[in-house]
Structures are given as C-alpha cells and as structure tokens.
Design a protein around this ligand. Structure first.
Ligand code: SF4
Length: 400
C-alpha cells in the first residue's frame, strides 16, 4: 500500500478520447487521483520555462529531477537524468543529498524510487493522475485470489512469481513474499531462468508472470525456446482465471492478463505496412508488443537497447520503431543529422497518455511548492510493503 499526500476525491467527468491521447484530463476509471491539489499555472503562461528554472535553481542540490524516456520534451529539458524506471530509481538512490526526488514518470516508478531511496529522501510525483494502465491491471486482491486458485489446483508450491518492474509496490511485495523476483525488459530472460531453477524440480516448476502477458510470453518463447502451448493466460475477471485445474497443471508459464496500452496497439499489419512504405527498413520493437509483432520484427529490446542500437546504426540506415512516440520523435530528431531515417511503427498517435500528464504546468507547480517549503504529492510506500518489495528487487540485483 502507498499513500500519496495530499489526496483529493475523484470528481471528474469522463473526458474525450482525444484529450486523453494528448495527455490532458484524466480517465476516471483507472486513475488514482485526478485534480491537482494546488493552483496550477496556465499552460499558456509564457514564463513557465523561466519559472521552472528559477525554482529549480533555488532548490539547488536539494532536488533531483528524474525524466523517464517517454516524457514530453518540455519536461525532459529539466531532468537531471533520463532513463528507464529502474535506472532512474537507482540514480536517485545514488544522490542521498537530494531531499526531494521529483519523478517525471508514472505512479509505480515513483513507488520504486521510494523503495530504493533512503528514508530521508521524499519522492514526489508532479501529477497524481499519472498512473500506468498496465500496472493497474493487477491489484493486490486479484493476485491474492489467483494464488488461492493455484493452491486449490494443487500447483502453488510449484509456482515462482516473477513481476515486471511495471507493477505496483503491492505486487512487488507479493512477489518478494512468495520467493519470486522482479525483472526489467532487459533482464527478463535471466529472471525466468533463475525462477525455473528455484523449484524442487525444474521440469515441473511454473512461473506466474505479472502483469504483462506479452513480455512473459515473448521471453519464454523467443529466449527460452518454449512453445506457445506452454503458456496459459490467467484472466482475473473470470472465475478461476478462466482456466481449469488441468490447464494450470500442464502450463509452464501462467501469464497474467495485462498489457501496455501503448505497445499493445502495434499490430502485424503495422509491420507489413511499414515494410511496404519504407523499403529496406529495419523493424525494432519493444518486448511489450504482441507476440506476432515481435515475431515479425528484425530486432527486439528494451528502451535502452533501442537507443543503443540506433546509436550504433550506420549512416543512411532506416528504422521503424515500435515504442512510445515521445521517445521515437526525440530519437528521430537526434539522429536526423547522421542521416538515419527513423519512423514510428504505427500510423496513428501512440503517446502514453498517463505519462503525458506530467506537463510543464505540473512541474512548475511542484518545483515552486517545494522551493516554498511545501511538500506536495509525496509517494510513500509503507514499511511492510517496502521490505517485501525490496526483497524481490534484491533478488533481481543478485541475478547471475
Ligand atoms: S508506456 Fe505502457 S507500461 Fe509504460 S507507463 Fe505507459 S501504459 Fe504503463
């Protein structure tokens, strides 16, 4: 369980899809908090950049701003460091002099930073509505119920949970409590190999992979040579997950029915379409994409892998990238001078709408509040949850 202070009641009307895609407004069915508890500056205020700069300067070393790769440029310009969620959390822990960690990312990322930083450091999320649809697809209650189903099927003692970094602190704690580990999209293969070795008999050991079915399936099939038939999908909205006891006994990978709403949009048609549009293109996608997309791509890897691959790519090469649009646009601009053609894999807009909620007005409000001595939007994980989640994270750090 986490607390976010101050918290306001949910009190919004459903908003048009276009606004959600642009990262404005909020989806009241999936988010944790919506209204900003203070006076947000107007987005049209011409002094926003100067105000953010002044507040950050006033705070000096007391503040450390983390910028996830998928953030808007208007926010990224104020980040002291950029990266994926795990790298950012570790970077924050390495700056103990920073009392305030402003996490320009989403809720589960701020939780991870709070878990990994010292008690003296306070993690702040500029907009409490910045959740993650994937992380929200696995709640503590649903996962506890799933474990009961596995127990009733007589397989729980053969199951090792593996939770993707993109999960709530509660799910990380569940994983730690039940002998499992966390993984990132970079080390998922090693995490699965480790998990299979934990059971008494590796041949009968099963993995409960949370919450992203696609990363679990892609890693099992592409990297570990398993078959699609080795995988079953547990649907928390169906009785017994929609699975029979026999299906659970026969499975090697029990995949939680969760997905990323951004990466889940790419389709086999988008791969075929871009190959026809851009002759000679290399298709490079994130492993959160569907299995058929990953199978049709030329290369697959995490955001860090995507960036490194493009850095090493020869001049004149052409790339279609299947990940969040803010990052793809930034990479396309960065490498244009090197004559590397970088296009977005899909023809439609594909921002992470919740990530996009962290905008310049929220960042200005956050920095100015902190500079005035008012702590806002703190994300704090309770001690017991933190201890078990840390156990799972430490197992990940110890992976061979
Ligand atoms: S890109 Fe996907 S996994 Fe990442 S924060 Fe957005 S919804 Fe969550």
């Amino acid at each position: 369980m986490t607390t976010a202070q101050p918290r306001t009641d949910l009190d919004v009307q459903p908003t048009p899809l276009a606004l959600l895609l642009l990262g404005r407004e909020a989806d009241p069915t999936s988010e944790r908090g919506v209204d900003c508890p203070g006076d947000l500056p107007s987005p049209s205020d011409p002094d926003l950049v100067a105000r953010a700069r002044a507040a950050k300067e006033k705070l000096g070393d007391k503040v450390f701003v983390l910028g996830h790769h998928y953030q808007r440029d208007e926010v990224i310009q104020f980040a002291d460091v950029t990266g994926d969620s795990f790298k950012l959390a570790r970077d924050a822990a390495a700056r103990p002099e920073a009392e305030y960690i402003v996490f320009c990312g989403v809720h589960f990322m701020a939780e991870s930073a709070d878990i990994l930083t010292s008690d003296e450091q306070k993690v702040v999320l500029p907009d409490l509505a910045a959740g993650c649809s994937m992380a929200d697809m696995a709640t503590a209650e649903q996962v506890a119920e799933c474990w009961d189903v596995l127990s009733e099927a007589g397989v729980a003692d053969q199951v090792v949970p593996v939770a993707y970094m993109n999960s709530s602190a509660d799910i990380k704690a569940f994983t730690g409590k039940h002998g499992g580990t966390i993984c990132t999209s970079s080390n998922a293969k090693r995490a699965l190999e480790w998990a299979f070795e934990q059971g008494q008999d590796p041949a009968t050991t099963k993995i409960l992979f949370l919450p992203d079915q696609h990363l679990g399936r892609n890693t099992a099939v592409r990297d570990l040579g398993m078959s699609l038939e080795d995988c079953v999908v547990y649907n928390p909205h169906k009785p017994n997950g929609g699975l029979t006891a026999e299906q659970l006994r026969d499975a090697r990978m029990i995949l939680w029915r969760g997905h990323c709403s951004v990466h889940g949009r790419f389709s086999l048609e988008s791969v075929e379409d871009v190959r026809a549009r851009v002759p000679g293109v290399n298709v490079l996608v994130h492993p959160e994409c569907k299995h058929e997309v990953v199978a049709a791509a030329d290369l697959v890897g995490s955001t860090e892998y995507i960036i490194k691959t493009l850095e090493a790519a020869p001049r004149g090469s052409k790339w279609a990238i299947g990940t969040e649009l803010n990052l793809v646009q930034r990479l396309a601009n960065r490498f244009a001078e090197e004559d590397k053609e970088i296009v977005f894999l899909d023809r439609t807009v594909c921002f992470c709408s919740t990530m996009n909620r962290i905008d310049l007005p929220h960042l200005v409000w956050t920095l100015e509040s902190l500079a005035e001595g008012t702590l806002v939007n703190r994300i704090e994980v309770d001690k017991e949850t933190e201890d078990f989640a840390k156990l799972a994270l430490e197992r990940m750090l110890a992976l061979p």
